[in-house]
Design a protein around this ligand. Structure first.
Ligand code: ADP
Ligand code: MG
Length: 231
């Protein structure tokens, strides 16, 4: 995987929350697997992007000011291209109503189906130092506390042990007839994210992928969301 030095990865990026596309661009440079997606400046660009991706897409507002996009109606899952212009207009209006600045644009993604939703996180603990977190995502994350932490750096054996510590390990192995998930791809994603956090340098305060979809065996994993916070 390409590994860039801290200076080149975060150079020219502002302090504070980055938007989803900016955040994921950092993660992707270290080999974290991503959804297929396009950044669009406006509704026309977003519609063209939806046509290019084909089928049902996910439309999101791109805004550094909005860390939790669904809270303000900034995520629409399962749109057809012809529904995109109205959805963009509605999102723009919702941002206005919320007193947020105009968005940087829109993000159009392939819709991921199936798989197990996980969370990957990084923060700097004032006592411990740089910490990586792995946990259950989606509905499971809301229902029960299921996270595990490690100080960086970590080895592949550490990453494998993190997966095994989670209640979600049973889900990932294939629960009640559901297909087993691609656990090696999850471990690869943890390692890539940890490498990113280690290499990004002191300006990276926090990073999160919520959710990372771990697809059925052999199909890999996909980060569908991303947030990086810089100082
Ligand atoms: P938020 O900023 O609110 O966390 P997300 O990008 O995480 O926004 O999207 C909210 C939810 O929508 C996700 O937790 C996931 O369940 C669903 N979702 C988002 N993107 C996709 C996608 N590309 N495919 C399928 N589901 C998605
Ligand atoms: Mg999210």
């Amino acid at each position: 995987h390409p590994v860039a030095s801290d200076a080149s990865v975060l150079a020219d990026l502002p302090a504070g929350n980055l938007n989803e596309a900016e955040s994921k661009a950092i993660f992707a440079r270290f080999g974290v697997p991503m959804t297929r997606e396009h950044v669009a400046a406006d509704a026309a660009g977003a519609t063209a992007a939806a046509r290019e991706l084909g089928g049902e897409v996910v439309l999101k507002v791109l805004s550094r000011a909005i860390a939790h996009k669904s809270d303000i109606g900034g995520v629409r899952v399962g749109l057809r291209a012809e529904e995109v212009p109205d959805a963009c207009a509605t999102m723009r209006q919702r941002l206005k109503d919320a007193g947020a600045p105009d968005p940087e644009g829109f993000l159009v993604q392939e819709r991921i189906r199936g798989g197990v939703e996980m969370i990957l996180g990084f923060h700097r603990d004032p006592q411990l130092g740089p910490v990586i977190l792995l946990g259950s995502g989606g509905v499971a994350a809301e229902l029960f506390q299921d996270t595990t932490l490690r100080l960086l750096p970590i080895s592949r054996t550490d990453a494998e042990a993190m997966v095994e510590e989670l209640k979600a390990a049973r889900l990932l192995r294939g629960y009640r007839g559901a297909p087993a998930a691609d656990v090696p791809a999850l471990v690869d994603a943890v390692m890539a994210f940890a490498a990113m956090a280690g290499a990004a340098g002191e300006r990276l305060l926090e990073a999160e992928i919520n959710p990372l979809f771990v697809l059925p065996g052999g199909q890999g994993a996909r980060a569908v969301d991303g947030l990086a916070v810089l100082r």
